[in-house]
Design a protein around this ligand. Structure first.
Ligand code: GUN
Ligand code: ZN
Length: 649
């Protein structure tokens, strides 16, 4: 199946999934269509709700003679009158709900193929949370065996092979790995409906992460039966690409309205707290007094609007780099979800999640509660800060937090300090820990917004970060009050030049690592600054333009000369994306660096990091920006891995 990644945030992704009936953007919700009772028809879903793709059940079609005949004669697209991508499920859920069903695992796969399903599903064994490990293992083995046999029957159809394994992370990873070795096209995470119904979100997180860790990174992942919008942001942040919902209709039958924060019974409401097309044209009392069928229909439509709109918010959040923020906001509405997020603080998970975390985001980093400081980004930041402090002066001058950027707010004080302590580094006592003043314009130091009153957990983390960064250092807390020395313009310019050079080196150390910073700035540095804002723009070393500083986030973009320098003075694989010989002529023409041509990558790179592109013989070709994580490059057969910015001819 053609699947490519367009954007990253958290371990979530904006992807493009291409089927024979068109391409769709993920994360995506597939509304469940019951071919026997289509209260909202797929056609209406497309026109009124902007639904891109749907899921229906091949087992139901197979069991009803009329549906069976029509589907085989005219295809499933004609049967439910929908010309977009259709996924089909296999009857596994029916066997979980109603006990053993009579269905041969290969018959149902062939049937899905023959009715023209875009994505079929094997007849997996639903692993329930109350299974013993032995029972769960049996179910996993049968599921894997069925997947193997089913794949030989799929022909042109894409086939979804669900990961099972109950609540046992090791079994989930094992199942994922086994299925990943097969020629499957998509991997739903199955057996999670009871976890969601009972709000066992800690188990859900463990199950999703264990499954994701075992699966090949390039396959789309579906969270089976996840219909409530409350968990869309979290599941998307952990790397789930597709959701399906029968909840919109199921809840409607129980007179329950879905909202991003949970569900409300119609009888518990005083007004309709919603302005979707349904709720803006009807009052609560009118809705209540509608005949049962009509009311169900209206509520189902509202539920679908809300669910679809939540996925729009998820996609927006990914584009803006605010997915964790959305996850935390949603969790604040539900104590079970709030508790479950603690599971993510586990370092095993953080380390896995961190590889996908972009190095920069287009929006500021907002505190949304006790979990913010545990976002994977902060762990990376801290690790890099420790490196910075390792090479800093042994005495540090400490300033209180001020307006951002600190170096502008404190410029007179910086002159004073420089007079007395010309060699000492200066740091700021910030809400997120000690911040070197040189980094004050670099993401996220100029862009984070934390409240003045911090929760105890955040304070503890902050204290720990202080201790780890500043052990063995002598700290001098600088008194803000004092007299600004009378400096001549020349003296000021001279000091400013020293500050700027420190800034350039420090930012590069944080952004690229000490080794690369050293290579880039080994020589005489000169700067071009913006006339309007006085911010650093271009950095030259011995007359070569090596990097530019982006005004929006204070990070460097690498220039061709900088790339050449890095290439000359470092050795493979450092800072490199190595591409196959076939792709070399394209890169030399400035075409994209496609993922399928990537042979190897420096594992230290992260999404949106700067990099150099080289051939297998380590010939320097270009500089650019990584669009994927190293663990994804080469694995994705579609889409770009590196956005080439400058190249050799
Ligand atoms: N629908 C909800 N959960 C599942 C599952 O585990 N497997 C299948 N095939 N369908 C589902
Ligand atoms: Zn509504």
């Amino acid at each position: 199946m053609k699947f490519e990644i367009k954007h990253h945030d958290a371990a979530g992704r904006i992807g493009r999934l291409i089927t024979n009936h068109g391409s769709v953007t993920t994360p995506l919700l597939l509304p469940v269509i019951n071919p026997n009772k289509m209260s909202i028809t797929p056609q209406m879903m497309k026109e009124k709700f902007g639904v891109q793709a749907v899921i229906t059940n091949s087992y139901i079609i197979h069991q009803h003679q009329k549906l069976y005949d029509t589907a085989l004669a005219e295809g499933v697209h004609s049967l439910i009158d929908f010309d977009g991508p259709i996924m089909t499920d296999s009857g596994t859920f029916q066997s979980y709900m109603y006990g053993e069903i009579e269905m041969d695992p290969l018959t149902i796969v062939r049937f899905q193929r023959d009715i023209g399903s875009d994505i079929g599903t094997i007849l997996d064994i639903f692993g329930t949370p109350d299974q013993t490990k032995e029972e769960a293992e049996d179910a996993v083995n049968t599921t894997v065996e069925r997947a193997k046999q089913s794949i030989s029957e799929k022909k042109e159809m894409n086939l979804a092979c669900p990961v099972q394994g109950s609540i046992y992370p090791s079994l989930r990873s094992y199942c994922a790995k086994k299925l990943g070795e097969l020629n499957a096209d998509m991997h739903p995470i199955g057996g999670v409906v009871p976890l969601m119904e009972n709000q066992q979100y800690t188990h859900l997180i463990k199950v999703i992460l264990a499954s994701k860790k075992g699966l090949p990174v390039n396959r789309p992942v579906h969270l089976f039966g996840a219909g409530h919008p409350l968990i869309f942001p979290l599941a998307a942040a952990l790397g789930c690409d597709i959701f399906d919902s029968s909840a919109y209709i199921k809840y409607a039958k129980q007179n329950r309205l879905i909202f991003p924060w949970g569900t409300e019974k119609i009888d518990d409401l005083y007004e309709l707290p919603c302005s979707c097309p349904v709720c803006s044209t009807i009052s609560l009392s009118e809705l209540r007094s509608l005949p049962k069928k009509k009311r169900e229909q209206k509520i189902a439509e509202h539920n679908l609007f809300i669910s679809i709109s939540e996925l729009k918010k998820v996609r927006n959040a990914i584009m803006q780099g605010r997915l964790w923020e959305l996850v935390e906001q949603r969790a604040s509405a539900n104590p079970f979800l709030q508790d479950a997020l603690h599971e993510i603080h586990n370092m095993n998970h953080i380390n896995w999640l961190e590889q996908f975390e972009p190095v920069r985001k287009t929006r500021g980093l907002f505190y949304t509660g006790i979990h913010t400081i545990h976002q994977p980004f902060f762990y990376r930041l801290h690790a890099r800060l420790i490196q910075w402090f390792n090479q800093s002066s042994s005495t540090l001058i400490l300033l209180d937090e001020s307006e951002k950027p600190f170096s502008t707010a404190y410029i007179d004080i910086l002159f004073r300090i420089a007079k007395e302590y010309p060699k000492e580094d200066i740091i700021v006592d910030s809400a997120i820990g000690p911040v070197p003043i040189d980094l004050d314009e670099m993401y996220p130091f100029a862009q984070y917004i934390f409240p003045d009153f911090l929760d105890i957990g955040t304070k503890q983390v902050r204290k720990k970060r202080w201790e780890e960064c500043l052990k063995d250092k002598k700290i001098i807390r600088w008194e803000i009050e004092g007299i600004t020395p009378n400096l001549t313009l020349n003296e000021k310019n001279h000091l400013q030049k020293i500050f700027d050079e420190r800034k350039v080196r420090s930012v590069a150390q944080m952004q690229f690592g000490l080794d690369i910073a050293h290579i880039l700035f080994n020589g005489v540095i000169s700067l071009v600054k913006s006339k309007k804002t006085s911010k650093i723009r271009n950095v030259f070393v011995d007359d070569d333009h090596v990097v530019s500083m982006r005004a929006s986030d204070g990070l460097f973009t690498l220039k061709l000369n900088g790339g050449k320098k890095v290439h000359k003075h470092s050795s493979s694989p450092r800072f490199r994306v190595v591409i196959d010989d076939d792709a070399v002529p394209f890169v030399k023409e400035g075409k994209s660096g496609f993922s399928k041509f990537v042979i190897s990558v420096d594992p230290r790179l992260r999404p949106y990091d700067e990099c150099i592109v080289v051939s297998k013989k380590d010939e320097f070709l270009a500089i650019g920006q990584c669009l994927l994580s190293p663990c994804e490059m080469g694995r994705f057969r579609f889409g770009q891995a590196v956005k080439i910015r400058e190249h050799i001819k």
